[in-house]
Design a protein around this ligand. Structure first.
Ligand code: NAD
Length: 485
């Protein structure tokens, strides 16, 4: 009889250094190519959610500040649009290269300000942000080819509002296509994560982008609402919650302002019995625990074929026990801090509702730091399609498991949502994957993988997940209008 020695794995702390980070104590608004004091805004601290310590003070824009930003943008936009595309491209290439040069610093600041593991900000957020600038730099002199040969012109001055879950990446998704198309852009970062957008403002200065072409105006929902309603804006691009998206759509009804909305999701990750189950478990983990589940397209509804449900849940639960929760700056951390106290309260409320409605909860036992906002990876089984945890976006490290018997039932359950942002399919059968993908009402469908992003691929929603696409040539269209239209 052979006796196996059990090995208990542990890791020594592996914190990323922070001594190379050059954060200022206080940031002004980036308007007209320079950092300015707010006129009628105020200054607010931005907090590290892993320690609750302030990182820097940041100016929030008031209505007069937004007016100044719009004025500077309107003054700068015609000359920017008149540049030959290849000249605009040079600026975008420069921004992309400067993001790469400052990648280490940007990654650390993203993790400090937002709570996400350094492994993710270093390997996903920052490289993808640079890749978006590279990609759209390539489009700047080929715009007609991206819109089927039509004669097009820029929209003008665009207002862009982004959420806190991928601060620099969402800024890049918005700014790169807008600038490539010849627009001037006014970007409002989210209240809890303004820092990397402000570092991007420094990068715009370093790249000698003409003054006024980009403004970075931090603030809260009130700042966003004022920007949406401001005269002098030709288009709004919004990424955030469905509720705010609805408010923006209402505010713009009847006005000649372009609008794209990238909203929430409750995406189905479907595991068929013929899937490579161990691989699927890795994909499930990546689908829901990546960025603490603060991901619009998170695979938060896990649909497993009944015949393998117990097996998959057992494997998943075992795998969840190996996730390392803690210091976002530790290179071994898998799950970092929850972005804010408000978000933590939202997650806790929905998890409590799941228990009250009768679903069975399992939460990984782990030690988390005393200060900061934390939520351990959680799995719900015995979930019914009507439970709130199966219907509402939790936006945290919480997965709800439902089961199905047939392919038709999987499709029906996956589509039984007011959202339609993304989906995953795990199967060994190519024909089945394509058949199911074609029947799913989701903007992105991943096959035997999850949460893979590429600047060349369009991303966007169906139903209450919004409209408009970002990424690839499709991402140019919202920033252009046909000449004379
Ligand atoms: P949120 O809607 O509360 O805030 C998003 C942004 O809008 C923030 O900058 C905020 O300050 C601003 N804002 C708030 N109220 C506003 C108003 N009335 N008018 C104008 N702007 C306003 O969302 P959040 O909590 O920051 O982000 C999480 C949400 O974002 C989730 O629902 C998530 O699914 C969604 N999201 C979607 C995508 C996508 O591509 N579809 C990507 C990331 C996040």
């Amino acid at each position: 009889m052979s006796v196996r020695t059990s090995i208990v794995w542990d890791y020594a702390p592996a914190p990323e250094a922070t001594d190379h980070v050059r954060l200022r104590d206080s940031y002004g608004l980036f308007v007209g190519g320079e950092f300015r004091d707010p006129v009628d805004g105020r200054r607010e601290p931005t907090i590290n959610p892993a320690t609750e310590e302030p990182l820097a003070e940041v100016a929030w824009a008031g209505p007069k500040d937004l007016e100044a930003a719009i004025e500077a943008a309107r003054a700068a936009q015609p000359a920017w649009a008149a540049l030959p595309g290849r000249e605009r491209a040079k600026y975008l290439f420069r921004v992309a290269r400067l993001i790469q040069e400052r990648a280490r610093e940007l990654a650390v600041v993203e993790s400090l300000d937002g709570g996400k593991p350094l492994r993710e900000s270093r390997d996903v957020d920052i490289p993808l942000a640079a890749a978006h600038f590279f990609h759209y730099a390539g489009w700047a002199d080929k715009l007609r080819y991206g819109v089927a040969g039509r004669e097009v012109e820029p929209m003008g001055v665009v207002g862009q509002i982004v959420p806190w879950n991928f601060p620099l990446l969402m800024a890049a998704w918005k700014l790169a296509p807008a600038l490539a198309c010849g627009n001037a852009a006014i970007l409002k970062p989210a209240e809890t994560t303004p820092l990397t957008a402000l570092l991007l403002a420094e990068i715009c200065q370093e790249a000698e982008l003409p003054a006024g072409v980009v403004a970075i105006v931090p603030g809260d929902g009130a700042t966003g609402a004022t920007l949406v309603r401001a005269p002098g804006i030709d288009k709004i691009a919004f990424t955030g919650s469905t509720g705010v998206g609805r408010d923006i759509q209402t505010a713009l009804a009847g006005r000649d302002v372009g609008l794209t909305l990238e909203l929430g999701g409750k995406s189905a990750n479907i595991v068929f019995e013929d899937a490579a189950l161990d691989q699927a478990v890795e994909g499930i983990v990546n689908g829901i625990f990546f960025n603490q589940g603060h991901v619009c397209c998170a695979g938060s509804r896990l649909l497993i074929q009944e015949s393998v449900a117990d097996q998959v849940v057992a494997k998943l639960w075992r795998r969840m026990g190996n996730l390392r929760v803690g210091d976002p700056l530790d290179k071994n951390t898998d799950v970092g801090a929850i972005n804010s106290a408000e978000q933590l309260a939202r997650i806790e409320a929905l998890v409590a509702a799941g228990e009250e409605e009768g679903a069975v909860r399992r939460t990984v036992a782990c030690d988390v730091p005393e200060r900061g906002y934390w939520f351990a990876p959680t799995l719900f089984t015995d979930v019914s399609p009507a439970h709130r945890i199966a219907v509402e976006e939790i936006f945290g490290p919480v997965v709800s498991v439902l089961t199905f018997r047939t392919q038709a039932e999987a499709i029906e359950k996956a589509n039984n949502s007011r959202y339609g942002l993304a989906a995953g399919i795990w199967t060994d059968k190519g024909a089945k994957a394509f058949e199911v993908a074609a029947a799913l009402q989701a903007g992105v469908v991943w096959q035997n993988t999850y949460n893979h992003f590429d600047p060349t691929a369009a991303f966007g929603g169906y139903k209450e997940s919004g409209f408009g696409r970002e990424g690839g040539p499709a991402g140019l269209r919202p920033y252009l209008r046909e000449k004379g239209a």
